[in-house]
Design a protein around this ligand. Sequence first.
Ligand code: CP3
Length: 355
Amino acid sequence: MTALKNDRFLRALLKQPVDVTPVWMMRQAGRYLPEYRASRAHAGDFMSLCMNPEFACEVTMQPLDRYPQLDAAILFSDILTIPDAMGQGLYFETGEGPRFKKVVSTLADIEALPIPDPHKDLGYVMDAVSTIRRELNGRVPLIGFSGSPWTLATYMVEGGSSKDFRKTKAMLYDNPQAMHLLLDKLAQSVTSYLNGQIMAGAQAVQIFDTWGGNLSSAAYQEFSLAYMRKIVSGLIREHEGRKVPVIMFTKGGGLWLESIADAGADALGLDWTCDLGEARQRVGNRVALQGNMDPTVLYAKPEAIRTEVGRILASYGKGSGHVFNLGHGITPEVNPEHAGAFLRAVHELSAQYHE
Ligand code: CP3
């Protein structure tokens, strides 16, 4: 394998010294880019982009070609590949988000769910990872990812996106044993899926717990964090002679940072509702931090974006252990030039915080 030409992302996740603060954006390959929209039209639809390794590679590279400041690539795929591989029948209704043909409602439904084999059932994702690694040729590290068991469970039980998670919450409180069985199967599936991605060439992995913040404090511990901890303890942590850092991102998890920091990950993703400097104090030396600019700041003009980047960098202060990112995914309405201004500001304004 080619040596990495830019490893500041991996170094910052392990709190090793860097020259400037590394940066990438959640959902960096997406609809705000005209070249992405063109590829999607060419492929036919979103799932065809995910399932064809050449297309997945093409759209993964698009933001890197446009923005030389990006310090990491993220596999182009979706968290819902796992439920799809469990037989739920994922499809996307234009403008409506993800949907499943089959919904998980009963203990019998859960008992019948298979644990997908990453190579047999999700081989297209493994192929996308190795194709992207080859194409990157050491330019920047490649991030693999998965949804957290809790976040995946919400989509499987609701049958798609939800505002209030009525069915999932009802199952959790009515039938906690059924919910635990579902989460346990998902944790096993996620562990082997992420290990498959690591063996195929992912150099760091992120667990997206998009809906963990919707739980009560007690339920978060029992139904989300416990399963992420289990996953992390089963992951391959070193490959090709380098550490493979794990990033745990619970959106809305700001109140629970101390316990998340103890769950075994190398870094925590933060949304924009917590102050980065305070978060650093709270987690101490245990983990690195990733985040946390409000993605809607990108609707403002480049000068205002730069000011906000400066404020966040100052809040973190001196030293390594911070990967700059948005606090959640970039939205389709963002002007690509504003994203460029954001990325440039991170590198230009952060040099002063590193030796
Ligand atoms: O970050 C990246 O560039 C990598 C690609 C990526 C996608 N989805 C591509 C995508 C990643 C990391 C995801 C993760 C994902 N998918 C999450 C967790 C992250 C988060 O945002 O909290 C979730 C909850 C999903 C499920 C999902 N996939 C939803 C709810 C939707 C519809 C969203 C929407 O805006 O319509 C998707 C579709 C999806 N996944 C798109 C992309 C680029 C848009 C599809 C399109 O082109 O129309």
